[in-house]
Design a protein around this ligand. Structure first.
Ligand SMILES: Cc1ncc(COP(=O)(O)O)c(C=O)c1O
Length: 449
């Protein structure tokens, strides 16, 4: 059944009024913050929530948080994967408490770093690891290293990708041409100069672009997640690996979001063999930490091309990268939180989320569908799964998105902004999932009534 746009507008206005009436303290903090924080928020994207202002958080534990107005929410956003472990997981918190009493940062390694390197090698199959503070940095450094060892200037990414605030990746295809992405602020160089872009799942385009012989690396999520979930078609990854090897191009797989697929990300579930792997966000239970892993061959090429005398001037690393606190938190999180047992709980719960939403969609014969990857699930305002970024982007309906988000928020559920995505934490319960299904039904039925 199609959505009546006039009704949608009315319902959205109603939800906005309800939101404003029930969040006076968040509103007051936002007004106050405008005097000291640009835009009233500590980070610019925090203005992009469905309400007229962001809700301010008071406390969180596990899969729930409370705002300053005293409302309790089921958190299906989980800091856009940063809190995929659930909020303040006890093993990570104990390690953080313990480490922070014994020194936080040294510019020297701790034993935890060795444990973390060994565990990452076991999970992802790459033997050598380095740490950073953000996945953005992991990607930046991976690109620099790839350029350095291949002596090639460009990189290749997929249309509508997101890999953090990495200059080379702020590109898009516009009428078939590579162009700077809308909103890209002060690019140091036109990213069309640095980057080739093709559609995900388009093997002929990939082969055509790699044939130029000037691409240092392909940087890819194994399953696209940031324009919504776009799965690779059968054979796509094999073709990607074959084409990169054949053309001497390194393959960088970014598992920052796709760690939702399992403890070894899609690299393990899909049997991938990247030259470099990057991942950040939930690795340290919410404390800033990210890593990149290198194949033995790439590590050797880097070693051969980076003399020790200039190890500090290569344009990679950072004073606080590899700090003891992040590594202690990472060790505890990998050892006791992001475990096989946790995924054995969260993946079926995401299945339950998807089934619940799909049931309501089918009942009301809406031209929507639900996509899933491990413990991540999302609903789409199009009937069939998209094959690539362009198809995914064309399905975005900002007004409908805003209504669904706000309707959920007013009923006690935080969805991930920018799309209709739910991430499941180890502490999420079946009752939480069924609560979402009821709220989803209520939101949909209010639109159709
Ligand atoms: C796939 C992917 N890689 C990297 C990043 C960057 O992570 P961060 O913002 O923590 O640096 C993101 C952020 O959303 C991401 O989705």
């Amino acid at each position: 059944m199609p959505i009546d746009r006039a009704r949608l507008k009315d319902r959205l206005a109603e939800e906005l009024r309800r939101f404003e009436a029930t969040h006076p303290r968040s509103r007051a903090l936002f007004e106050r913050a405008k005097a000291s924080l640009l835009g009233g928020v500590p980070m610019n994207w925090m203005v992009r929530w469905a309400g007229a202002f962001p809700i301010f958080v008071a406390d969180a534990e596990g899969a729930h948080f409370t705002d300053v107005d005293g409302h309790r929410y089921l958190d299906l956003c989980l800091g856009d994967t940063g809190a995929m472990t659930g909020h303040s997981p006890p093993p990570s918190v104990s390690a953080i408490e313990d480490r922070s009493r014994r020194g936080i940062t040294f510019m020297l390694p701790t034993e935890d770093a060795v444990w973390v390197g060994e565990e990452l090698a076991r999970r992802f199959g790459l033997p050598f690891w380095q740490t950073t503070l953000t996945a953005t940095d992991a990607n930046r450094f991976a690109i620099r290293l790839a350029r350095h060892v291949t002596k090639r200037p460009k990189i290749l990414v997929f249309h509508w990708c997101y890999h953090g605030t990495v200059d080379e990746t702020f590109v898009t295809l516009r009428e078939g041409r590579v162009a700077s992405r809308d909103g890209n602020l002060g690019p140091p160089v036109d990213p069309a100069v640095t980057t080739r872009v093709v559609e995900f799942n388009d093997v002929p385009a990939l082969e055509r672009e790699l044939a130029h012989g000037d691409v240092a690396c392909v940087l890819a999520e194994p399953v696209m997640t940031n324009i919504g979930i776009v799965h690779p078609e059968p054979g796509f990854h094999a073709a990607l690996r074959e084409a990169t090897r054949r053309t001497g191009t390194l393959l960088v797989i970014d598992e920052t979001h796709t760690i939702c697929a399992g403890p070894g990300g899609c690299t393990r579930t899909l049997g991938l063999a990247p030259d470099i792997l990057t991942i950040g966000k939930p690795l340290a239970g919410g404390v800033p930490a990210a890593v990149y892993g290198l194949s033995a061959e790439v590590a050797e090429r880097i070693r051969a091309a980076t003399p020790i005398e200039t190890a500090d001037t290569g344009g990679i690393g950072g004073t606080l990268a590899g700090n003891a606190l992040s590594l202690a938190a990472m060790r505890a999180t990998l050892e006791s939180v992001l475990t096989e047992t946790a995924y054995a709980r969260t993946i079926p719960l995401a299945g339950r989320f998807a089934d619940g939403v799909a049931g309501v969609i089918a009942e009301h014969r809406l031209p929507w569908h639900v996509a899933r990857l491990g413990c991540r699930a999302e609903y789409w305002f199009r009937a069939a799964p998209p094959r690539n970024g362009a198809e995914a982007a064309a399905a975005i309906d900002p007004e409908l998105d805003r209504y669904m988000h706000l309707s959920a928020l007013n009923r006690g559920i935080l969805m991930t902004p920018f799309h209709n995505m739910a991430l499941i934490a180890p502490q999420t319960t079946e009752e939480d999932i069924d609560f979402h299904t009821r709220v989803f039904r209520e939101s949909v039925e209010a639109l159709l009534a």
